[in-house]
Design a protein around this ligand. Structure first.
Ligand code: APR
Length: 235
């Protein structure tokens, strides 16, 4: 590995949590092969059928509480701790496996499954129980506005200004476990590369944006991420 990096940005997607037992979206048995995302991951779907959307996220929340971080999450947390430069994880995932593995410098651009948002007053808070339309917001007291604090299609991802600042400043951009099909995240590699960063893809198979990466390692995250991190730390 040539050159010493100082500012690393990591983008993670569902593939990094696949070996923890959480489903991906677009693989052969992915979530979007079982549910229509328009029904369960859009504001319109929520307005049409709140019980269906709550059931979808309640099942995913229960699954997450039974899951554990894997060796890939652990390797990234180790990188943040041991790397002499700065490491930021931008995750598309709504699970908390990066946190549970020890990552602290983290942006959940698509929100968090273990938080609930009041659509009326905008208050967000940690939430591990089931959500339903019969709940009142602990802040404003109104009933029927509680929703998972996740970003649905058509909604603005969180902390985008900060994300673009960090992409412009990084000298190494590593994409892990994402198909590179959903924007704005799918455009981050081009953004980083335009500002001179080296770009690396770590994924089970070549993603949609594979040609934009100067280096690619393909295989299961629990194998290729620890290998890559130890290479970075041995610089
Ligand atoms: N190790 C590494 N990569 C894996 C593994 C694994 N064990 N298993 C699957 N992958 C890869 C797949 O090859 C695929 O490229 O992870 C990627 C998962 O792609 P998607 O299912 O599209 O998930 P993601 O890219 O995170 O989706 C982006 O779409 O639906 C929205 O908001 C949702 O954040 C999500 C966004």
């Amino acid at each position: 590995m040539s050159g010493n990096f100082e500012r690393v940005v990591i983008l993670s997607g569902a593939g990094i949590s696949a070996e923890s037992g959480l489903g991906t979206f677009r693989d052969k048995d992915g979530l979007w092969t079982k549910y229509d995302l328009n029904d369960v991951a859009t504001p319109e779907g929520f307005a049409r059928n709140k019980p269906l959307v709550h059931a979808f996220y309640n099942a995913r929340r229960k699954g997450l509480l039974k899951a554990a971080p894997n060796a890939a999450h652990a390797a990234i947390a180790q990188l943040e701790t041991q790397f002499k430069g700065d490491v930021l994880v931008i995750t598309q995932n709504v699970d908390d496996l990066h946190e549970r593995a020890g990552s602290r410098n983290l942006i959940h651009m698509h929100g968090e499954l273990l938080r609930a948002l009041c659509a009326l007053c905008g208050e967000s808070r940690p939430w591990v129980e089931d959500l339903s339309e019969h709940l009142s917001c602990p802040s404003c007291g109104k009933t029927g506005y509680m929703r998972p604090d996740v970003v649905w299609f058509g909604e603005m991802p969180y902390r985008m200004d900060e994300i673009y600042d960090r992409l412009a400043a990084c000298d190494l951009f590593v994409s892990i476990g994402t198909s590179g099909t959903v924007y704005p995240a799918a455009g981050f590699v081009a953004e980083a590369r335009a500002h001179g960063a080296q770009t690396v893809e770590l994924n089970l198979e070549p993603s949609e944006g594979v040609t934009l990466f100067q280096r690619r390692h393909h295989g299961p995250a629990t194998k290729i991420v620890p290998e890559y991190v130890s290479e970075l730390l041995d610089l």
